[in-house]
Ligand binder design. Structure first.
Ligand code: SF4
Length: 329
């Protein structure tokens, strides 16, 4: 059994100072980290409990946006009046993830930091996993890869990011505010998670010891026409095979702005600006949806068991956009 040092810093500054020591992990709700520790996948030497730090508030921003503190429970975020009124796409994505009990514990910051549910990663009985043990190989390539990625993969890893919340945040152009020893910085949501490339052990662009402070949402015109479509093997408590966050701002019969992102298909929420632009400036139609889908799925490839995801994603995008357009989601 490993000895673990546990501390509860009294301030963000103290948390960041303590986090500069190697082997340190922040813990909020612990819904993912504790599972990984019990399975021997994560082995931090020191846990910094951040649940008592400031950051459990949802606040309006001067530009009309909304700030979600990193410590806000997922259930509070999903049910907050301003989130439901202004960002119903985000509320829907949050409510489609996990169980009510888990949503009560899991935090906004923790949701961002979720690790893949690739079974070769979570089961230490498998030796080959570059994400868990860099340089060991990837058992999923050539193994059972039904849940795995079809976009942005590398020869080192084909894992997917498991979050629903992050897919909606990417579509809604959110950003992540973080602070570390070098100060504070803001990272666009689409750049927060990495593609695996040759370093699949790194899920995000966070530097060691950096703490997530909040997720900031810009003012949005996507409150009326939106859809979060999650396709999975069973109706609840399952991760997405493919999910789509879609929202439209339509005026005078044409799309003035579009938000579109995929989950369950890549190492990060998958958003392609050109795909959104293909929808803008004309009425939503089979032709515009086909153009957007082609751009969104450009370069998609399957690995055997997950080949079906390419066609599934194509159809899911069309359905989600139709639901958003109809305002029936
Ligand atoms: Fe590990 Fe990634 Fe391969 Fe899964 S897909 S076994 S997480 S390297």
């Amino acid at each position: 059994m490993d000895n673990i040092d546990y501390q509860r810093p009294a301030s963000v500054d103290e948390a960041i100072r303590l986090a500069q020591q190697p082997g340190t992990a922040f813990i909020g709700g612990g819904t993912n980290l504790l599972d990984l520790m019990k399975g021997g996948v994560a082995r931090p030497m020191r846990l910094l409990d951040v649940t008592r730090l400031p950051g459990r508030e949802i606040a309006q921003l001067p530009d009309g946006g909304l700030r979600l503190g990193a410590g806000v429970p997922n259930s509070d975020a999903a049910n907050h009046r301003l989130v439901r009124e202004r960002y119903p796409l985000l509320a829907r994505a949050l409510l489609s993830g996990a169980s009510a009990q888990l949503r009560n514990m899991a935090t906004v910051g923790g949701n961002l930091m979720q690790r893949t549910r690739c079974s070769y990663f979570t089961d230490t009985g498998f030796g080959a996993c570059n994400k868990r043990e860099p340089g060991s190989g990837c058992a999923a390539i050539g193994g059972f890869n039904r849940m795995h990625a079809i976009l942005g993969t590398s020869e080192a890893c084909i894992a997917t990011h498991p979050s629903d919340m992050c897919v909606a945040l990417a579509a809604l152009r959110a950003s992540v505010r973080v602070r570390g020893a070098q100060g504070e910085r803001t990272i666009p949501m689409t750049e927060f998670h990495r593609l695996p490339a040759a370093r699949p052990e790194l899920d995000t662009v966070l530097q060691p010891g950096e703490l997530i402070l909040s997720v900031d949402l810009p003012a949005s015109r996507f409150a009326q026409r939106h859809a979060y479509l999650k396709l999975r093997d069973r109706a609840s408590y399952a991760f997405a095979l493919v999910s789509v966050a879609a929202a439209l701002d339509e005026r005078d019969g044409a799309v003035a702005d579009a938000a579109l992102a995929l989950g369950g298909v890549a190492h990060k929420p998958w958003r392609v600006l050109a795909a959104e632009q293909a929808l803008v400036g004309r009425p939503l139609s089979d032709a515009s949806v086909a153009d957007a889908t082609r751009l969104l799925l450009d370069g998609a490839r399957g690995f055997g068991h997950n080949d079906f995801k390419i066609e599934l994603a194509r159809r899911a995008v069309a359905r989600a956009l139709a639901q958003a357009h109809a305002g029936t989601a």
